[in-house]
Design a protein around this ligand. Structure first.
Ligand SMILES: *[C@@H]1O[C@H](CO)[C@@H](O)[C@H](O)[C@H]1NC(C)=O
Ligand SMILES: *[C@@H]1O[C@H](CO)[C@@H](O)[C@H](O)[C@H]1NC(C)=O
Length: 166
């Protein structure tokens, strides 16, 4: 019954909207951002030099997490945030990374997003919606400090995001 209601809402809404996420490395060292499940095109992760950014697309219906891996070697073996699959992560982080949860166009024309320390904390995460009145949210330490840390925020479907590590 619930899935039928979701289906009808999605049908009435007419357009399923993906989200573009601009991933920014604000850390002083290289990181390997990871997405599980993978972003569009099967992209599970990549290497980002300090100060660099890279845009990924999350399809409508995406429900998963991004996180930053630190201290990675060329094979994608990392000091924090490690996952199997090498640079192109194919599984959740095993050692308690800070997470950026994204639920894109999941119900009623809304996206939901939250920086989270539920599993642990490795580096700070800031999630900033673009063109939506919701303020940026962040987790800045292991105690869950930061505006909107461990709280679910929402924006209309079709919103894009900037995801900043450190
Ligand atoms: C980037 O890093 C600087 C210096 O640590 C910090 O002040 C700033 O808030 C960071 N930017 C974001 C978007 O988190
Ligand atoms: C990761 O997967 C993407 C999408 O399939 C691909 O374009 C990229 O080359 C892969 N990267 C590595 C390091 O294998």
């Amino acid at each position: 019954m619930f899935s039928r209601v979701v289906f009808i809402i999605a049908t009435l809404a007419g357009m399923a909207a993906s989200a573009t996420v601009n991933v920014v490395n604000n850390c002083s060292a290289s990181i390997d951002p990871a997405f599980f499940p993978a972003a569009s095109g099967g992209l599970g992760g990549f290497t980002l030099a300090p100060g660099d950014s890279h845009s990924v697309t999350l399809p409508a219906g995406y429900n998963g997490n991004a996180w930053g891996r630190t201290g990675c070697d060329d094979s994608g073996s990392c000091e924090t945030g490690s996952c199997s699959g090498g640079i192109n992560c194919t599984a959740p982080a095993t050692d308690g990374a800070t997470l950026a949860q994204f639920q894109i166009d999941i119900i009623a024309n809304l996206d939901f997003f939250s920086p989270k320390t539920d599993d642990g904390f490795n580096i700070a995460i800031n999630m900033a919606p673009i063109g939506c009145p919701t303020a940026p949210v962040a987790c800045t330490d292991a105690s869950g400090d930061g505006d909107g840390c461990d709280v679910m925020s929402t924006c209309p479907t079709g919103t894009d995001y900037t995801l900043t590590f450190c």
